[in-house]
Design a protein around this ligand. Structure first.
Ligand SMILES: CC(C)(COP(=O)(O)OP(=O)(O)OC[C@H]1O[C@@H](n2cnc3c(N)ncnc32)[C@H](O)[C@@H]1OP(=O)(O)O)[C@@H](O)C(=O)NCCC(=O)NCCS
Length: 376
């Protein structure tokens, strides 16, 4: 046992709800116009025509029905196909980034649940997959806005950004480096998507989550979860990638190249990552003397319905119910590091003291982060 609790969580849901129907309609309009523009080459057989996307495929292959975006107009405008700046966008290069504003909205909810104010926090970790700004650190700007003390820093671990951030916060509180930590995963991910790629245009949505981590002996929360154990894993893989970075500032002719945005080998990810997730969780439970029956609920990473069903079926030995392994990706799509925390936030209020749950992220890099939690 760590002596540390999660004393509050919060979710920020962006303002624009975009259905599969809307997304497919705009993609197909874009693809039809592209095919018209390239009619001669397509007829000569020198290039392939763009295939149409379909609502039925997306729902069957991924379980996603909807996603939220900070700007919904740009990605669904067939003459644009990438986001406009959000309505929250700052004026001037040093205005508060959209990502920090998303983080703030989630943080305020988590602090309220923990019965804390910004000034009570002395460690802020902004841990996300994709970065709107590198310098100055966005976490330090959030720290300033919240009136938090101590120190703050940015970190990144793709789809496990929240769980790895939480684990780092536990270390800091356990070691005495900090007393009360706020971890925020603000996934402003739509700018990194390629809305002209039929295989991936539907996968991601924007969202932010926040988690307060503090000592059990000090918490004022009435709904805290004790952290019994945590286990992290990484193994390098390029099967999920987004190539942009400082090199994009040098190789400027490549900025529109598809490999600068999100790309994946979806089937390979499915096959390679899931066995690692199942082994990881089973090894953690065995090492700590738990059985799957000890857990009321599994809050899993939210990438794909078939992946989630497969993982929980393998772990539990039966088909999972929404109660046992809740799905939020139908509404939110894949929100990278935020997904398992959205599931936790929305499906934790019915827990009674003494009941256990398992939180587990998995995804790009590859990365896996799992926590054994008990409601106190
Ligand atoms: C990406 C993913 C949804 C694709 O589902 P899939 O069932 O594997 O589908 P495939 O990629 O094999 O494509 C099947 C067919 O549908 C087609 N297709 C792809 N996108 C389509 C779309 N939007 N609409 C219609 N058809 C589509 C493909 O071209 C392919 O056609 P083909 O059989 O003629 O070659 C799925 O592999 C996945 O989610 N994998 C895990 C990804 C993941 O978790 N990533 C982690 C990010 S954190």
């Amino acid at each position: 046992m760590t002596g540390i609790v999660i004393s509050g969580t919060g979710v920020y849901t962006p303002p624009h709800s975009i259905s599969n129907e809307t997304l497919v309609e705009s993609y197909n309009a874009w693809a039809t116009a592209w095919n018209d523009d390239h009619k001669a080459e397509i007829e000569a057989g020198t290039i392939d025509a763009m295939q149409m996307s379909s609502v039925e495929f997306i729902e069957k292959a991924s379980g996603i029905k909807n996603r939220f975006m900070m700007d919904g107009k740009g990605p669904t405008d067939p003459t644009r196909m990438y986001p406009n700046l959000s309505e929250l966008a700052p004026e001037g290069p040093m205005g508060t980034p959209v990502q920090v504003q998303m983080a703030l909205a989630a943080a305020e909810k988590a602090l309220a649940e923990a019965n804390l104010k910004g000034e009570d926090i002395d460690l802020v970790i902004l841990s996300s997959s994709i970065w709107e700004r590198f310098v100055p650190s966005m976490a330090t700007e959030l720290q300033k806005i919240l009136g938090a003390k101590g120190f703050a820093f940015d970190m990144a671990m793709a789809c496990s950004s929240a769980t790895f951030g939480m684990s780092t916060a536990v270390d800091a509180v356990q070691s005495g480096m900090a007393n009360k930590a706020l971890v925020v995963t603000a996934e402003y991910i739509t700018p990194a998507m390629n809305y002209t790629d039929r295989d991936s245009h539907f996968i991601f949505g924007d969202a932010a989550v926040a988690i307060v981590i503090e000592r059990e002996a000090e918490t004022k929360s009435t709904s805290a979860f004790r952290i019994h154990d945590r286990k992290l894993f990484t193994e390098y893989s390029t099967n999920i990638a987004a190539g942009f970075g400082t090199r994009t500032l040098i190789e400027r002719d490549k900025i529109s190249h598809p490999d600068q945005r999100f790309i994946q080998q979806g089937r390979v990810v499915f096959k390679e990552l899931l066995p690692k997730v199942i082994d990881h969780v089973n090894a953690q439970l065995a090492a700590k003397g738990y059985k799957v029956e000890d857990f009321k609920r599994f809050w899993l990473h939210q990438a794909n319905i078939n992946m989630n069903m497969f993982a929980t079926r393998k772990l539990l030995g039966e088909d999972p119910t929404q109660d046992k392994a809740p799905i939020v990706l139908d509404e939110y799509a894949n929100t990278a590091g935020a997904g398992c925390i959205i599931a936790f936030d929305k499906y934790k209020d019915d827990f009674k003291p003494g009941e256990f749950g398992l939180l587990c992220s998995f995804g790009a890099s590859y990365s896996i982060g799992s926590f054994i939690l008990e409601r106190i």
